[in-house]
Design a protein around this ligand. Structure first.
Ligand code: PHE
Length: 446
């Protein structure tokens, strides 16, 4: 038991840790979901509310996770067991289960990004030129063996990186992929906003419309902030457990949240100006990314290259998130059950891949549980149930149950005090539990 703390692996540098944590946060959720819900919920007005939530509740829960993880130096379950015991390890358990569930369907969708990188060169543009990218998408997702093949490929890459370890795997590759992601995003933004007619897209995306800022919009912002920052399932506890005692945690939490929010916000600049420049209706969700955008790229000179770059961007975003999901599970089996990293990575990765197959099959629309596609059930159960519940308990743990030690850990035993300490405590005590309980109760609607 808990062989994790002695000789525990550590991040090699602050930069490496920030890239890994930001890599976990920046994912599929940022690139297609954020721009679309912003466009729908009042543009700039929504961005303001979203940013407010991220920099109050989001940053506070993230700091709580870093603090818990670093203090214990263990996986999500072991951390609660070591710091408090009792029923608290159940919170870690829910996180591990959420890791299994999220990665099972995340791997399926992430596999599409590989398929689409290749398709950029093999017929997707020709179909898009005829406005037929929707047919390509429909034919692809209903071809289960193909979808599973790409899912397996994506999962093997994920498993291999996790198997290589913290420094030589996750950190090393996030240090390459995250900066590459920023460069690709910059190229796509410049291309998009310099197209004639791009202004209309910016107007659609950002024109503040306070009348759309309803309760539903605030609710959407909360849920999105939580999922996007990878909170509530012990990801940041696990990543925090590999941190050195010198690292200044409050500024790390702010940096990661800022990077995540910037990528989400900027993704809209890469997408909407181009969509409107070519007079195409902006679609929603998977449709926007896998149908609308190929139709748009097909109309651009050099569209093939931009299409490839866009799906490479999505692939990097997904991969740096998927490794964090698998690491939550691997760290648990390694610390608590004494498995080696090799064994844990390949066996758990294999189980999660198998668990994803029903999600892949359900894309054909004939594998449903109580009327919902299997993939949506996994998404709903993790995002609407396990993550918010985990978030409430993490905030309560830091704010009430384990407060004095949390304060010490957050300030490095008083050596690095931070100005917003009392705000952090009160957000953990009152604001975050109430706000997150609201996500939970409203999200329970099937
Ligand atoms: N934050 C990731 C995204 O936006 C998803 C994720 C959630 C990753 C929870 C890890 C843990 O896509």
């Amino acid at each position: 038991m808990s062989n994790g703390t002695e000789n525990r692996e550590q991040w090699g540098s602050r930069f490496g840790f920030i890239m890994a944590a930001a890599g976990s946060a920046v994912g599929l959720g940022n690139i297609w979901r954020f721009p679309y819900i912003t466009g729908k919920n009042g543009g700039a007005a929504f961005v303001i509310v979203y940013a407010l939530i991220v920099f109050t509740i989001g940053v506070s829960v993230m700091l709580a996770e870093f603090v818990i993880g670093r203090a214990a130096g263990l996986n999500a379950v072991g951390s609660f067991r070591k710091l408090k015991g009792g029923a608290w390890p159940i919170v870690g358990w829910m996180g591990v289960i959420a890791g299994f569930m999220i990665l099972s369907f995340y791997g399926v969708i992430a596999g599409w990004t590989i398929a689409y990188m290749l398709k950029s060169f093999t017929g997707l543009m020709a179909a898009g030129a005829a406005g037929k990218a929707g047919d390509v998408f429909g034919a692809f997702v209903t071809n289960t063996p193909q979808v599973v093949a790409y899912q397996v490929l994506f999962m093997v890459i994920t498993i291999w990186i996790v198997y290589k370890g913290i420094g030589e795997g996750i950190e090393k590759y996030c240090k390459i992929m995250m900066p590459a992601l920023f460069v690709i995003l910059a190229i796509l933004i410049v291309r998009s906003i310099t197209l004639p007619g791009a202004g209309k897209g910016l107007e659609f995306y950002l024109k503040p419309d306070f009348s759309k800022l309803t309760g539903a919009a605030v609710f959407a912002a909360l849920g999105q902030a939580f999922f996007s920052l990878s909170l509530g399932m012990g990801c940041m506890i696990t990543y925090g457990s590999y941190l050195s005692k010198k690292e200044i945690l409050p500024s790390a939490a702010i940096t990661v949240a800022t990077l995540d929010t910037s990528v989400a916000f900027l993704a809209g600049f890469a997408i909407f100006p181009a969509v409107f420049a070519f007079g195409i209706e902006p679609g929603a969700g998977p449709g926007l990314t896998f149908v609308t955008l190929p139709n748009v790229f097909a109309k651009m000179p050099g569209g093939m290259i931009f299409s490839f770059l866009f799906f490479l961007l999505l692939f990097f975003a997904a991969l740096t998130s998927s490794v964090s999901l698998l690491e939550v599970c691997v760290a648990y089996f390694k610390d608590e059950l004494g498995w080696t990293r090799d064994k844990a990575s390949w066996i758990l990765g294999g189980i999660i891949t198998a668990l994803g197959v029903p999600s892949a099959i359900s894309l054909k629309g004939n594998l449903k549980i109580a009327g919902k596609d299997f993939l949506d059930v996994m998404d709903w159960g993790s995002s609407n149930v396990l993550l918010p519940l985990g978030g409430i308990f993490i905030a309560v743990f830091a704010g009430w149950v384990w407060l004095e030690s949390a304060k010490k850990e957050a300030t490095n035993e008083g050596k690095n005090p931070f100005g917003w300490m009392s705000a952090w405590i009160w957000i953990c005590r009152v604001v975050a539990p109430i706000a997150i309980a609201w996500i939970f109760v409203k999200g329970l609607k099937w």
